[in-house]
Design a protein around this ligand. Structure first.
Ligand code: GDP
Length: 455
């Protein structure tokens, strides 16, 4: 398939020593040559050889002193002919270079299009492609490690193993169904059950590791809730160890949502301070309260902050009511002052809750609180064994396991082997979608559009 030439700035925005403009597609080398003035054009240089020169605009004026290089198809990132211009840092000159290329016929790459082409040209498989999003987004070193591990294909390798085993087993099951009179070794119900259980035993730990990996990348969304003036902003600052949120003694001043990311034991904690659950008194605050509600809904864990120095208000009890059935930790703050709220008081309202006594002013108990948050999500083992996955892959694997469970149930309840086989086929399809074996156009677009441009 003839592809047009795409171009984008491949390096991150902002200050940097260099910026790279990347061009992919047949003819990209000659296109770069049209704006590159070196000792000799790229077409007279071997591939992968850095050439010094200048980029010029249509009037022949020099835009920047650069290095340029080209890669011969298929030995490039995308598998196509690729050229790069390494200009000076800052985005201005890179933009000027990019503009010149666009004027001369290149098209601005869509988000993830370079990686999409790499996938379509068979350079990488779908899980590797997705792990590249992981690397771009990795918020902590451990997440980066998990993502790199996945780029080497470890998640796809394990899914592939599971898939092959599932396929073999499906073949056995279906053969028994479709050709009972043929000379096929019969599959007893016990064999079938133990076969399914063995698949499940392999899939469940994989899901666990995938969850950990996903956690490393996406982080834990922690929302601080509580009535005004209990110390939510102060706690946020204590977590971050610097004064970013404005702390005041006037209730209801944290009007908007602040999200800050810190890393604890390698896990990114995405802290969200909300305007609190309370009746809004003006319009600006109403927006804050709306956002707060949405944030609460999207958080992984809620920290209910209480002013330990004051008896519980009705407003506190309202918050407590909202916490029931949600994953939360109770934080009794202001422990540097005499405490009037005790752990016992809280246990009466929320009997199962984890309770921490802290002081946002003196930093007492902050480290333990962070530990506690991470422990909620990493119950067993080491986060480092996490496999980097995207939410989509995680969901497919989870549904695949659900389908194995349904296949088991069908057998145990004598609903027939054909029902069981159909469930297993569904389970298999989930894995096919993870591996990109059945990737349809819509799925591909959904995956690649979540990339940033230039990758
Ligand atoms: P928010 O409305 O829940 O965000 O509460 P703030 O963080 O703005 O704090 C309200 C008031 O309580 C401020 O005057 C803080 O200085 C004070 N405060 C917060 N945490 C502590 C604490 O641990 N000890 C003491 N003594 N005062 C605190």
């Amino acid at each position: 398939m003839e592809q047009d030439i795409i171009a984008a700035i491949a390096t991150a925005w902002g200050e940097a020593a260099i910026s790279i403009v990347k061009v992919s597609g047949k003819g990209s080398r000659d296109l770069v040559d049209s704006i590159f003035r070196g000792k000799r054009p790229l077409k007279d240089s071997p591939p992968r050889f850095m050439c010094h020169g200048y980029v010029v605009n249509q009037n022949g004026e020099q835009i920047d002193e650069v290095l340029a290089v080209w890669f011969e198809a298929p030995r490039s990132y995308t598998g196509e002919e690729v050229s790069e211009i390494h200009c000076h840092g800052g985005t201005l000159v890179a933009h000027l270079c990019l503009e010149e290329l666009l004027k001369r016929g290149a098209r601005l790459a869509e988000p993830g299009e370079f990686t999409k082409r790499a996938f379509l040209n068979g350079r990488i498989d779908l899980t590797q492609a997705e792990s590249i999003i992981g690397i771009i987004r990795a918020r902590s070193e451990e997440a980066l490690r998990a993502a790199t591990r996945n780029l080497a294909g470890s998640f796809s390798k394990e899914i592939r193993h599971l898939y092959d085993e599932m396929l073999n087993f499906s073949v056995l099951l279906e053969a028994n169904l479709d050709f009972p009179e043929e000379d096929i070794p019969p599959l007893t119900e016990e064999d079938a059950i133990s076969g399914l259980l063995s698949l499940k035993d392999k899939a469940v730990p994989l899901l666990d590791r995938a969850r950990k990996g996903n956690l490393l990348r996406e982080g834990i969304r922690v929302a601080l809730v509580g009535r005004p003036n209990v110390g939510k902003s102060s706690l946020l600052n204590a977590f971050l160890n610097e004064s970013r949120a404005i702390v005041t003694a006037i209730p209801g001043t944290t009007r908007d949502i602040i999200e800050e990311v810190l890393t604890h034991k390698g896990v990114p904690l995405r802290l969200v301070d909300t305007a609190g659950i309370r009746k809004p008194s003006d319009e600006v605050e109403a927006i804050g309260v709306e956002k707060a509600k949405k944030t609460l809904h999207e958080s992984d864990v809620l920290l209910w902050v209480i002013d330990g120095n004051e008896a519980l208000h009705q407003e506190d009890l309202d918050v407590a009511e909202a916490l029931k059935n949600k994953r939360h930790i109770v934080v009794i703050n202001k422990a540097d002052l005499p405490l009037v709220v005790t752990e016992k008081d809280i246990s009466k309202i929320l009997p199962e809750s984890k309770i921490h006594i802290i002081s946002a002013s003196t930093n007492r108990g902050i480290e333990e609180l962070k530990d506690s948050i991470v422990e909620l999500f990493v119950e067993n083992g080491d986060v480092n064994e996490g496999l980097n996955t995207t939410a989509r892959q995680l969901e497919e694997l989870r549904i695949s396991i659900l389908n194995i469970d349904m296949a088991l149930k069908a057998l145990k309840n004598n609903m027939g082997e054909d029902v069981s086989a159909a469930c297993l086929a569904e389970a298999r399809k989930c894995l096919e979608r993870i591996l990109g074996l059945e990737a349809d156009e819509a799925l591909l677009d959904a995956i690649f559009s979540s990339f940033c441009i230039g990758k």
